[in-house]
Write a protein that binds this ligand. Structure first.
Ligand code: TXA
Ligand code: MG
Length: 344
């Protein structure tokens, strides 16, 4: 097994980039920070290297990867007819947390990147370390989130190390990521475009720029007729103990804790700061009440932190599905399997 080297990195650490570029060019994997979560990169034209991403993550082979690029101009290398909406989105939201699904030129990217689909997801990340790496490499990087499949995505280098030590040789540590939730995945091969995965760029932000956009609910996504991201069918973001959602209401949360503790459950509560004084056995803050940005930033590390406790049940307070709330609730629906705690 490879021992993984974690190097502290700032945008000017030239030796680190040189090492990362060497590893990638020889077919290896490098984890790097983006503005959303850490990615696990391999050169997107190297099929063997990309296959190693699936091995390291334990990821099902039918779940395609996002291609990361360092300059907007590179899109034309992989896509023949870039739709007008895509051009507008790139101009407004790139670099940034928006992945565009478009029809791929055949036989340029490794076939394992697209998992046999005729489309490919591309994004230009808005993080100085990711951009410097891509610009020095001068090649596209296929990169899923750098977690073992099924676990919460990593928002710090140490999370990557927890999951992938022994599987990958190198992590560029750029500190905690900014947004904390994965990019919005927008399918622009459909008219109107469809949000396959909600994220930091919200439906509201997109509609202001390109007009109507569909955002199917989880239930609608399960219907065969709606286009979907293959990844959305798998279990995701799950800590070891079961996760249950609950309304963000002091009375309800207190009652739930009483009832569960009466059944000898040990409770981890993930909730805003105002719940700090609850009787939960473990408390992890999701930031200021009603601040969805805080919640997005804190969510994955709080879910991961539960695995370091003796908690037998994890209660998480829900939020509205407006704005970034759509992305937060999408991840929480998956982490909980859609289970809500119902007080007796
Ligand atoms: O913020 C992010 O997007 C992070 C950072 C590292 O960039 N990456 C990330 O990748 O979240 P991953 O592999 O964990 O999620 C990619 C999602 C999956 O749900 C996948 O099914 C979907 O995008 N996807 C990729 N290519 C697709 C395609 N051609 N058609 C439909 N869905 C696609
Ligand atoms: Mg992922």
């Amino acid at each position: 097994k490879t021992v993984c080297k974690v190097v502290e990195n700032n945008v000017n650490s030239q030796t680190n980039y040189a090492q990362a570029v060497d590893i990638l060019n020889s077919g290896g994997l490098v984890a790097f920070p983006t503005e959303t979560v850490y990615g696990l990169g391999a050169i997107a034209t190297d099929d063997n290297a990309v296959k190693n991403i699936f091995k390291a993550k334990g990821r099902p082979a039918d779940n395609p990867l996002i291609v990361h690029i360092g300059t907007k101009g590179e899109v034309a290398l992989y896509i023949d007819d870039i739709p007008e909406v895509a051009k507008t989105c790139m101009a407004v939201f790139w670099p940034g947390p928006l992945t565009l699904i478009m029809s791929a030129k055949p036989n340029i990217l490794a076939s394992s990147v697209t998992a046999g689909l005729e489309t490919v997801g591309i994004r230009m990340p808005d993080h100085p370390v990711a951009l410097a790496l891509l610009q020095q490499l001068k090649k596209p990087l296929a990169a899923p989130s750098a977690n073992r499949s099924g676990k919460p995505s990593p928002t710090e280098a140490v999370h990557v190390q927890e999951d992938l030590d022994g599987y990958i040789p190198y992590i560029l540590d750029g500190g905690a990521t900014g947004i904390g939730l994965e990019s919005t995945v927008l399918d622009v091969t459909h008219e109107p475009p469809v949000i396959l995965r909600p994220g930091g760029i919200t439906k509201e932000m997109l509609e202001e720029v390109i007009g109507p956009v569909l955002q199917p609910t989880q239930a609608e996504q399960k219907l065969e007729s709606t286009p979907k991201a293959p990844g959305m069918k798998y279990t995701h973001y799950a800590p070891n103990a079961p996760v249950m959602l609950i309304d963000c209401d002091w009375q309800k949360v207190s009652l739930a804790i009483d009832e569960l503790q009466a059944q000898s459950e040990k409770i981890a509560l993930l909730a805003p700061n105002s719940f700090m004084m609850s009787k939960a056995d473990f408390f992890f803050s999701l930031g200021e009440e009603n601040c969805q940005e805080d919640m997005g930033i804190a969510l994955y590390q709080a879910l991961r932190a539960c695995d370091q406790t003796e908690a037998t049940v994890i209660l998480v307070t829900a939020t509205s599905t407006d704005g970034v709330g759509a992305a937060i609730m999408n991840r929480l629906e998956k982490a909980s399997g859609g289970n809500w705690y119902i007080t007796k």
